[in-house]
Each structure stands twice: as C-alpha cells, then as structure tokens.
Design a protein around this ligand. Sequence first.
Ligand SMILES: [Zn+2]
Length: 315
Amino acid sequence: MTAKTKIYIFFLLFFLCCAFILAGSPLALGKLHPSFTDGGHQEEGEKNKGSALTTMLEAELLPASTGITKYNPVKPAEKPADPDTAVPPEEEDKPAPFSLPSRNRPAGLDKLPAWDEALIARLSFLQSPIPGAGISSRDTQLPGAPRPYRYGTHEGLDYYSGYCGVPVNFGDPVYAAGPGIIYRIDHDYVEPEFVQRQEWLQESAAAGDTPEEILDKLRGRQVWIVHTAGVLTRYCHLHTVAAALQVGDMVEGGDFIGTVGNSGTSNGARGTRDDAHLHFEIWVDNYYLGEGLSPPEVRLLWEKVLLDSSQGLEQ
Ligand SMILES: [Zn+2]
C-alpha cells in the first residue's frame, strides 16, 4: 500500500464517520421520523392547540411594554390592593393583567378609563361588525341605556334596521371588528323556553339588578374576541356562528363570525324572527366602551372608534 493510498483510505474513513454521526443526531432523526417532533398522538395535539391562545397573546398581541407575560382565561380579577400590604417597587408600574369583563367592581366609577384621544387611538383598529353601519340614532340602543325590564343597564350598541344606516335582517352576516383570537363561540347554544326566560327576569327584579349569569343568558348565542391586552368584543343575539371557528382560532378584522338573530330575546324564546338585531359590546379594561358617559358623548366616542379611522369593511 502506497502512502498516497493510505491517505486516501484515511480521508474516506473520516468522511464515513462524519456521515454516521450526522445520521444519528437528533436533527437527522427528527427529519426522518416526524413523530419525534409532532407529539405523535391526539392528546398532545389537543394540548398544543389549547396553548395556542396563550402563546399567541404572549408572542404577538401583548406588547412587550405592557409587562404582561401570562394570559390566563380562568384567572379571576385581581383583588384591590390591600393598603397594609407592601407592594414590591418593581410591581407598582405594571398594569393589571387582562381579565374577563367583570361587573363585580368596586362601587363608584373612579377607575373608569379616560375616554380620551389616547384610548381612541388604542382602539382605532376596530371597525363596524356590520359593513357600512353607523352608530344608532336612538339613545335606547346605546351603551349605558337603562333596561328596566331586567333592572339593569345596556352594555353594548344595538344595530337595528332603520337606526344605523343600513338594513340589518335576520340571517345577515356579522364580521369580526378587528384582528384577534376567538375566546368564546357558542356552537351548542340552546334557546331558552319563554317561561324560563320570564323566571330569569323575575330573579333580576328580586335582585334589583341583572345577575351576571342571567345577563349572559339574555345575550343569547355569542362570540367573544380578545384583541389586545384588555380589549375584548362581544357579538350577541346571534342566529348562527361560523361553523369552522373554534376557541383559540385567530381572526382578522372583517372575517365572518356569525349571523344576525334574536337569540336570548323574548322573541327568540317565542320562536319568531322578530326583533332581529346585533348587540355589540366593546370592553376596555373591564369597562364597556362609553360607560359613565351621556348619550351624545357615547355616540361621539363610538363614532370616533369605529368610523373615523375605518375605511369600512371590504365585504
Ligand atoms: Zn342590545
């Protein structure tokens, strides 16, 4: 064997060793066997899907500057700070973590958000869920309007034919007001019996207010979308919801999410199609948009949020 042949055999063995090591590495195994990387069974897949909401909010929807690092849909609203409890200095500047809209707030409206230009800019990505629709011309259809029949307050805006500039009929499409993640979508909604609904109203009368669990039923079939930290929209009294959408799915503004109906209303309970309208709520840091304002102020605020910065939906 010549020296040249020995060198040739040495390099051949060297390259073979390199190839063997690479083929046995986790990277190569992953490429050859997808089951190493995809979880391999349904339960894991479901778990991955369930965490998508958290991951997405952490990664994209929550600005890093908010300091919010974890989103927990079932986490109750934080209790008011105990003045006797020392708060670590580094915690003082952090905003409260996002929580679901809660009507169990401390008495008074001292914590109302400032409905100012900064807030309008914060919500400027929102647009009307019904293409071309304006803000209702009737005060009784605005957020903040009294609802004597259930001893409560209207927390959203109603879109009715004849009052918002465009026809709104039973079965008309409803679109996401902005990009976000489906937090709730009532695929399995069952309309209550009329008598059952009457009992809910009697309970509200006895309580002198509409208990949250009853108010939720009176909103009928619903879709909720979480948009950004502390901003959530609700679409209520729907006839149907988009069959393909599930909790955790991302939507863009203008995506179809359901159809106009009258679920949860007295006419819905009677089985008619009367009183069809969209009830639409915008929640900001646990307050409905316009809370505490007069009807003209509410109308102006909603117009600025939904109409001024929007060119309207494409559909
Ligand atoms: Zn309404």
